[in-house]
Design a protein around this ligand. Structure first.
Ligand code: FAD
Length: 399
């Protein structure tokens, strides 16, 4: 059986960020990724100031800035039965906001890693503890077993590692989201703003990435029957166009002219804030980061940035406890690793409870139809999150 020091499951944002953060602290890790390539489905993220601070620590912020425009403001529009009810414009963050293509981020993180760190085509199917040492063993789909001193689950929303930790399953929201890109060879001419429009049961957003490329999403708050019978990309495109049929011509044109291969439809899921508050995120020397730990809806756009922060904090905690040379081989290493993970969980829990609660309440408010429920949610948000973009001020600190 192969024996390794630190094994990270999942080569998405959290996994690569954690591995790179460890590498920058001089600690080696191996990332097991089930896909055969680092290319992924079409998606982009709005990265706010806190995410850029984490990317800066990882050393890839300047590279990513080259391919993404700064976004100056967020515009929220609410339309009901064809009548505009409200329109507000404000800052989207304290500081910097940019849209980043997921593939660009994954590639930037992966290319900064030493050769041999990322093992593609390595899907884990189970985790167990070694009876003699109590260190974790992961079983791969190809039959291979790997024993690790530290196992970090960054395997996303349907995480095998979080099941091993005994975390509750994530919960499905009623909504489904379609994400896509549209390329405008002669320039789109849109303002550098993130615009979000809620029209009855559909929320759609548009985020310019460059002067030629926009990322957009359409969220169906109540899913139509035919959203379960989609067989191919053309079906997804047809459904999405039908969902925005009441939007402006410019908006419909954006959806109509999309890159059909970039379309990606998914049901939104989340880990409840009370699970984030109370779950045990460590079992022995096994822990989780990113969506495996704190899957949240897209309503305040912090899932990816929070995953980057996890990577920086986890690497800092591990490196401060394992700084003595060869400490992985010391008799006391297990205790030190456990202490480091406990410190990571403590530091992250406070931050993540706030993010997941604000996301949860915002999502519930967007979905709410009864005026009384809306009012209650607004009051709760006002009391708990008076500064609604305060979450972008957070600094995860130096590596
Ligand atoms: C509609 C929508 C819009 C969003 N918008 C934003 C936004 O604007 N800003 C923002 O910050 N966040 C946003 N998010 C959230 C963001 O997409 C996620 O939080 C982020 O991608 C989480 O990264 P991750 O590494 O935890 O998971 P992922 O990126 O999903 O990576 C998990 C990786 O693990 C691999 N894997 C899974 N199982 C296994 C296994 N068994 N063995 C090996 N490998 C495995 C997968 O192949 C994948 O590569 C949005 C999400 C949605 C749905």
């Amino acid at each position: 059986m192969e024996e390794l020091d630190i094994v990270i499951v999942g080569g998405g944002i959290a996994g690569l960020a954690t591995s790179l953060a460890l590498h920058r602290k001089g600690i080696k890790s191996i990332v097991l990724e089930r896909s055969e390539s680092v290319r992924s489905e079409g998606a982009a993220f709005g990265i706010q100031t806190n995410g850029w601070l984490a990317l800066q620590q990882l050393g890839v912020a300047d590279k990513l800035r080259l391919n993404s425009l700064p976004i100056h403001q967020i515009r929220d529009v609410m339309i009901e039965k064809g009548i505009k009810q409200r329109e507000s414009v404000g800052p989207a963050s304290y500081g910097e906001v940019r849209g980043v293509i997921r593939n660009d981020m994954v590639r930037a993180l992966a290319h900064a890693l030493p050769i041999g760190t990322l093992r593609l085509g390595s899907q884990i199917v189970s985790v167990k503890l070694d009876e003699a040492t109590a260190f974790p063993i992961v079983h791969l789909r190809n039959g291979q077993d790997i024993k690790a001193k530290v196992l970090i689950g960054c395997d996303g929303s349907n995480s095998i590692v979080s099941k091993f930790l005994g975390l509750n399953p994530t919960i499905a929201l009623g909504s489904q989201a379609v994400r896509g890109f549209t390329n405008y060879p002669h320039g789109h001419g849109f303002q550098q703003e993130f615009i979000r429009i809620k029209m009855d049961n559909v929320v759609s957003g548009r985020l310019p990435i460059t002067h030629n490329l926009v990322f957009w999403f359409v969220v169906m708050l109540e899913c139509p029957q035919d959203s379960n019978n989609l067989k191919n990309q053309e079906d997804v495109a047809r459904l999405t166009l039908a969902l925005v049929c009441e939007f402006s011509d410019e908006w419909k044109e954006m959806v109509k002219k999309c890159d059909i291969d970039s379309l990606y439809i998914s049901r939104l899921r989340y880990r409840s804030p009370w699970d984030v508050m109370s779950s045990k995120f460590r079992r022995g020397t096994v822990t989780v980061a990113g969506d495996s730990m704190h899957l949240m809806g897209p309503f305040i756009g912090q899932g990816c940035s929070a995953a980057l922060e996890d990577g920086v904090v986890l690497a800092r905690c591990l490196s401060s406890k394992l700084s003595q040379e060869d400490s992985m081989n010391n008799v006391s290493s297990r205790k030190q690793i456990e202490e480091a993970i406990d410190e990571y969980v403590r530091e992250r829990r406070g931050r993540l409870v706030g993010l997941s609660t604000q996301t949860y309440l915002t999502g519930r408010l967007i979905e709410a139809s009864s005026p009384a429920r809306k009012l209650l949610l607004i009051v709760l948000l006002m009391i708990l999150f008076r500064d609604h973009i305060g979450h972008t001020r957070y600094d995860c600190g130096r590596l």
